[in-house]
Structures are given as C-alpha cells and as structure tokens.
Design a protein around this ligand. Structure first.
Ligand SMILES: Cc1ncc(COP(=O)(O)O)c(C=O)c1O
Length: 440
C-alpha cells in the first residue's frame, strides 16, 4: 500500500484521534465513510466490540491448537478423485481438527453435504428408528426441516414420517425462550431424539446460549437417558467460547457456507459428536459400509475447508459486530429488533421487524445493491424448494447463498422480519446501514 493510500485509510477510521488544529490554523476535515447516525452507533458500541474480540481470541486459539494437534500440512490440501482412496490424509485431518474444535469425539466434514438441511437430515436419520418419536424442544424447527420430518410435503419421499417416526413439539415460552416447565415432563420412553435448534431460524424467538443448551440436555437425559440430543448448530458456531458437544450434545450439524466456512469454503457441511453416531450419519451421507472412507474432493476445496475453518472465529466476530450495529441503528429508528441492542449474542443472526411486505422488499433491495456481486440484480420474492412461504434473499455473495458473507433474507409473512447475517468486516454493515437509512 502506498503511503498516501495508508494515510487515507487511517484518517477515514471513525476511531482515529481527531488531529489538533494547528494554533490559529484550520482544523483538518477527516473523511468518514459512515452516515452520521451509524457513526454515532459505532462510537457507542466500543465496549461490546471489545467483548466480541475477547471471545474471538479464545476461539482462534482453540482452532489453532486443533490444527497443530492434527499436524496439518500442505499434503492435506492435495485433493483426491473418484472414490477418494488417493486422499493423502486430508479428510482424516480435517475431521480431526473439527472434532477437536467443537469438543466432539468425531466429526465428518465434507463438501458432499449439500447444505445445512442435508447435514441435519443425515444426523436425524442416523439417530431415529421406526417407532421412535422426534421431539423438537424449541418450538417449530427451521422451515426446510418440515419436509424432512414429514409435517409438510408429499408422502412417500422418504421423510421420517414415512419411516414410522412420530413428531411432537414443545412450544416456546411467552418470552420466546425455552419453556422449562413443559420441557421438564416432555420426554417419554419412545422419544428417540430431542432436537434443539440453537439459532432463531425464521422465527421471532430468542436464540439459545450454550448454557441453556446444557440445561436442556440435563433435563432431557434426566427423563430418558437413552434419548439422543441433536443440536441444529447452524449460525451458532464460534459465537460463544464453547460448543454443544462440550455440554453433552450427542450430535451437532451445520453448513460450511455459514459460520464454520469462514466465508471462503465453497460448499459442504458437517456432523460432529459421539463416534458411533457420527459413523451412522456418515452411512446416511454415503452408504452403510462405506462411511467416512469414501468421497473425493478437489484440492482447492480441501484447502478452502481448512482455511475457512481457521478464519471462522474472526469472520464470526465481524458478523456479530455487524449484528450489534444493525440492532443499535434500527432500534434507534423505532423498529423492534431481536436480539435486543447490546444483548448477549448466541448466533450471528439479527432480526428486524419491518412490519410490511414493501419495507421488507425495500430493505433487501438496498442490501443487494450494496453487495459486491450482482449489485444490479433486483431480488424478488419467490418460491424456494424446502420453504412453504415465499422468501426473499439478498445475497450478493461470492459463494451462492453464502450467509457467512453479508446477506439478509426473510419469509414474506407476518411480522415481515428481515434476518440479517454475515459480513467479512463490521464496516460492511455500517456502510449498508447508511444506505438503508436513506430508503426506510
Ligand atoms: C436454524 C437453521 N437451521 C437450518 C437451516 C438450514 O440451512 P441450509 O439453508 O444450509 O439448508 C437454517 C438456514 O438458514 C437455519 O437458520
């Protein structure tokens, strides 16, 4: 970077100390990229940002230790073809790093998982057998799981219901958190799996902290020690300094184009947890008998999965700061936000209730226009496979649909909330919010 460029960058920082005006001279005008209301919010959030960095450093240190323990080296990025038998230990090393990072006995991290929904479905099918009940303990599960469970969609596509698995839900408490009294007597002898969704999904609800997840697991296991606990970990990874397997979850699953892909992993997902259960999930991804030993991946994908995981704590930290800023700015404008401004974060999602269809679409249009990729594309609401409602997505991202990159989306249904997430640096949201304030 040239000296001139470096000076320009420094002076445009909202934190750079304002240079003293020379005696009798003119004050230097500092360029600032932010809308004044956004700049004020940024100034007021410095203590919260420092707290995010504290968690980030602890998570980065755990990730680095896991890389060293698995002796990750360039040959792991070599890639493989066909069955994947010529893999030079990359898959094994990646699985081992991931398991170490989330405190699990084992993990399977693969580009062959299409999405978070696919990884979660493999985990659920690994845990449940005909005659079992699936119990969702945090209200309705994420929209795309409805067809996996069989509470929506056609019969005979191989949903859990088709295989004789029944389903029940513990509704959320009035404050949007877990209903502890209901959960204390909800688990029966036939409950084969309790599903805990860590993040809010498209519901106006609280996301769950790892402390809440621990309490829920203890309650579930007290009622039925054989009931397995599966956590939908999408959007929760690295937001706190511990992960659900560290507090007793049997399995967790998620997507690599969300938090643990660090914004650069091009595809894939993971399942982690108890060794025998991860093996069963691997058999659902591949086939019984093949397990984790198959599945090739090109070298550039292997490298991106390692590097994305290494970067993930940092990117998640930036996304959390972005969420804090959105909450601060939008609530100051009178919009309801979830989580509340400055409340502790348990995922990277920040919801804003916009109240009507037009405002939701306008918000998404501004975000899309401000994105680096496809800024000229007008997002339109439409039907998306897996979703019952029309959904609108603004994702001018380098990876298609990546929500670790700056993006927002929402179903076109009451209360017309937009769900914002991602970003490689909080300043991206600061810039987007400036544009949003001009329109909303
Ligand atoms: C809580 C939660 N679980 C699962 C999913 C499904 O993930 P994917 O879109 O990768 O299938 C989402 C998607 O946003 C989500 O928010």
């Amino acid at each position: 970077m040239s000296t001139a460029a470096a000076t320009a960058t420094l002076t445009s920082s909202p934190f750079a100390r304002r240079p003293r005006a020379p005696r009798g001279g003119r004050r230097t005008v500092r360029p600032c990229a932010f809308h004044p209301e956004v700049a004020r919010a940024v100034e007021s959030l410095q203590a919260e940002f420092r707290e995010v960095d504290r968690a980030l450093a602890l998570n980065s240190s755990r990730v680095s230790a896991a890389f060293r323990a698995a002796r990750v080296a360039p040959h792991h990025f070599g890639g493989s073809t066909g069955y994947g038998h010529d893999d030079a230990g990359g898959r094994e090393a990646l699985d081992s790093v991931f398991a170490h990072v989330v405190g699990a006995e084992a993990a399977i991290v693969r580009p062959q998982f299409f999405s978070g929904t696919h990884a979660i479905a493999c985990a659920l099918f690994a845990l449940l057998r005909p005659g079992h009940e699936l119990l969702a303990v945090a209200g309705p599960p994420y929209d795309t799981l409805e067809e996996v469970i069989g509470i929506r969609g056609s019969a005979n596509v191989g949903s859990l219901k088709d295989f004789g698995v029944t389903y029940r839900e513990v509704p959320l408490a009035a404050d949007g958190g877990l209903d502890w009294d209901a959960l204390a007597c909800a688990v029966g002898p036939e409950t084969g799996c309790a599903l805990i969704q860590r993040s809010c999904g498209y519901s106006w609800r609280k996301s769950l902290g790892v402390a809440d997840i621990r309490r829920a697991i203890d309650l579930i296991k007290m009622q039925n020690p054989n009931c397995k606990v599966m956590v939908d970990n999408c959007y929760g990874e690295f937001v706190e300094i511990s992960e659900p397997p560290m507090v007793g979850a049997d399995l967790i699953a998620g997507s690599l184009i969300k938090n643990p892909g660090g914004t650069i992993t091009p595809c894939g997902g993971y399942v982690a947890g108890k060794k025998d259960l991860v093996a069963a999930a691997a058999a659902r991804l591949s086939a019984p008998g093949l397990g984790v030993e198959f599945g090739s991946a090109p070298g550039h994908v292997m490298r991106a999965m390692f590097q994305g995981l290494f970067l993930a704590p940092q990117m998640v930290g930036e996304a959390v700061k972005g969420g804090l800023l959105i909450a601060e700015v939008m609530s100051a404008k009178g919009y309801r936000v979830q989580p509340l401004p400055r409340a502790p974060r348990h995922d990277i999602v920040q919801a804003v209730e916009l109240g009507n269809r037009e405002r939701l679409i306008a918000f998404c249009e501004v975000v899309q226009q401000t994105c680096p990729v496809g800024s000229f594309i007008k997002p339109t609401a439409g039907e998306t496979p897996g979703y019952a409602s029309e959904v609108i997505f603004a994702d001018g991202t380098f990876m298609d649909g990546s929500t670790s990159e700056l993006s927002c989306d929402g179903p076109l249904r009451d209360p017309y909330a937009v769900f914002c997430q991602g970003g490689t640096h909080w300043t991206q949201w600061a810039l987007v919010l400036g544009e949003v304030l001009k329109v909303i």
